[in-house]
Design a protein around this ligand. Structure first.
Ligand code: TXA
Ligand code: MG
Length: 321
C-alpha cells in the first residue's frame, strides 16, 4: 500500500518540516483561507512539473504564485498603482492579481504556462504565511484536488483526492472562506477573470472604477478556470431548485427543509464556507444533487459560478483545475 501523506501540525516544528520538504523539491499541501493548495517551489522546474502530474492538470493551465507579502510580489511582477492600492486593501486575503512578469523573476516557466503574466497572491493563513517566510521564496500552488474535481477545504479532502502523491499536508483544519480567490487581471483595464472570496463590489469600491467581467467565451478561456465544466462532483447537479424531487440529495439555502443547508439564515459568507464541504458530503456519484437558488451578489457571485461549472456537461477538455 502506498503511504498516505504525513500530517504536519501548524506549529514551528511542522512549518520547519514543510519548508525542508519544499526545499527538497517535494509537494506539500498547504492551508489557505480559501481552499487547500498543492504547493511546490515555484523556481524548481521539476517540482512544478510534479504538481501538474499529481493533479493530472494540462500544462497550458497556469498556476498562482503565493508570496509572504507585497514585496515578494514586486520581485516577480510589474507593480502599477492599482496593484499597490488593491494589495494594501485586500492582502493578505483571497485576491489574486494577474500582472506582467518582470525580467529576472526566476520562476519555472511552467508556473505561467509560458504566458507573459503571473497570478500572484498573499494568502491570509497564519501557518502558511509563516511557511512562506521560513521558505523564503514563492510557492506555486493550485487547489489540491485532482484536475476538474471539487476543491478541497479540509486535509481529509486532500488525502482522499491526492493521497500519496503529496508528501505532507500542513493541517490547519477547515478553510474559513471556502471558495477560491477572486482573480483580477491588471493588464490593460482591470478585469475580472474569476469571481471569488473578495466580492467584485469591494474591488470596485477600492479602485473607484467599475470592473469589467471578461465576458468569458468558454471555448477560449483566459483563465482556464473559466472552462464550463469545472469544480465537478461525480453526481449530476440540478440548480435553482424550488422543489425537491424523489431520489435527489437536497442542498438548501435559506429556511428550507433539506439534507444539508448552505446557510439556514441565508448568509452568503456562511454559504461560501459550506459550499465545497457540503458538495463533497452529498456526492455519492449516483444521486442528483438539487440546489436551492442562491442570490447573485457579493459572495453569491462566486458561489453561483462554482455551482454553474459543477452542473455543466462534463467534457474531458473541461477538466482542468
Ligand atoms: O484561492 C485560490 O486561488 C487557490 C488557493 C490554493 O490559493 N488556488 C487556486 O488555484 O484556485 P487554481 O490553480 O485551482 O486556480 C487558479 C486559476 C486557474 O483557473 C488559472 O487558469 C488561473 O488561475 N490563472 C493562473 N495564472 C494566470 C494568468 N497568468 N493569467 C490568467 N489566469 C491565470
Ligand atoms: Mg482549482
Amino acid at each position: 500500500m502506498p503511504q498516505s501523506p504525513h500530517r504536519l501540525p501548524p506549529d514551528p516544528s511542522g512549518i520547519a518540516r514543510a519548508a525542508a520538504l519544499l526545499r527538497a523539491g517535494k509537494l506539500v499541501a498547504i492551508p489557505t483561507e480559501t481552499v487547500y493548495g498543492l504547493a511546490a517551489d515555484a523556481r524548481n522546474d521539476a517540482a512544478v512539473a510534479a504538481i501538474f502530474d499529481a493533479k493530472g492538470r494540462p500544462s497550458f493551465n497556469p498556476l498562482i504564485a503565493h508570496v509572504a507579502d507585497a514585496a515578494g510580489a514586486q520581485a516577480l511582477v510589474e507593480w502599477p498603482a492599482e496593484a499597490e492600492r488593491l494589495a494594501a486593501a485586500f492582502w493578505p486575503g483571497p485576491l489574486t492579481l494577474v500582472l506582467p512578469l518582470k525580467p529576472g523573476h526566476g520562476l519555472s516557466p511552467r508556473v505561467t504556462a509560458g504566458l507573459g503574466t503571473l497570478g500572484v497572491r498573499v494568502p491570509d493563513q497564519p501557518a502558511t504565511l509563516a511557511l512562506l517566510r521560513a521558505f523564503g521564496g514563492p510557492l506555486a500552488a493550485p487547489s489540491a484536488n485532482p484536475s476538474g474535481r471539487l476543491s478541497p477545504t479540509t486535509p481529509e479532502h486532500v488525502i482522499a483526492g491526492l493521497g500519496p502523491r503529496v508528501s505532507a499536508v500542513l493541517d490547519a483544519g477547515p478553510c474559513p472562506v471556502g471558495v477560491e480567490s477572486t482573480i483580477l487581471a491588471l493588464v490593460g483595464a482591470p478585469h475580472l477573470l474569476r469571481p471569488g472570496g473578495v466580492p467584485v463590489e469591494a474591488l470596485e469600491q477600492a479602485l473607484g472604477t467599475p470592473v469589467a467581467a471578461t465576458g468569458a467565451d468558454p471555448a477560449r478561456p483566459q483563465a482556464p478556470g473559466q472552462l464550463a465544466s469545472h469544480y465537478a462532483p461525480q453526481a449530476a447537479l440540478r440548480l435553482d431548485a424550488t422543489d425537491w424531487r424523489s431520489g435527489e440529495r437536497r442542498l438548501g439555502f435559506g429556511p428550507v427543509d433539506c439534507d444539508l443547508n448552505l446557510s439556514h439564515a441565508g448568509d452568503l459568507r456562511e454559504a461560501a464556507t459550506n459550499l465545497f464541504p457540503h458538495l463533497h458530503a452529498l456526492d455519492d456519484g449516483t444521486h442528483v444533487i438539487a440546489v436551492s437558488p442562491v442570490p447573485r451578489h457579493g459572495l453569491g457571485l462566486a458561489i453561483n459560478d462554482r455551482l454553474r461549472r459543477a452542473a455543466a456537461p462534463r467534457g474531458k477538455a473541461g477538466r482542468t483545475a
